[in-house]
Write a protein that binds this ligand. Structure first.
Ligand SMILES: [Mg+2]
Length: 123
């Protein structure tokens, strides 16, 4: 199982990585913004993406749309993980094709449970 973690905060990426590593085998790739993440995606097979919203260069909403509009990437489930807690943000993310929406700070067990649920639905 290969993951791609996208967040401009290295600390958040590290926390998510530690939680995933306890449960899953495989590669955990990282990117600091949406643009970097698109580059990582073109070069690596990824099974699931966990993505922040507020980031420089390309934010998570834009990234999500790009992924869902790209034939090679559109079936990869994307879990959004953000401090944005508004109903509008959640609705917008789901409309753009997010598989789930988690609010920061997320508890490791909630994160893992959501990853399992999304994987079960997607594969
Ligand atoms: Mg951010």
């Amino acid at each position: 199982m290969n993951f791609l973690l996208i967040d401009d905060s290295a600390i958040i990426r590290k926390m998510v990585k530690i939680a995933l590593k306890k449960v899953f085998k495989g590669e955990i790739l990282e990117a600091g913004d949406g643009l970097e993440a698109l580059n990582v995606l073109t070069m690596n097979p990824v099974d699931l993406i966990i993505c922040d919203i507020n980031m420089p260069n390309m934010d998570g909403m834009e990234f999500l749309s790009r992924v869902k509009e790209t034939e090679d990437f559109k079936d990869i489930p994307v879990i959004m993980l953000s401090t944005e807690q508004g109903e509008e943000d959640i609705k917008e993310a789901m409309k753009r094709g997010a598989a789930a929406y988690l609010k920061k700070p997320v508890k490791p067990d909630v994160l893992i449970k959501t990853v399992y649920e999304v994987l079960k639905k997607s594969y």
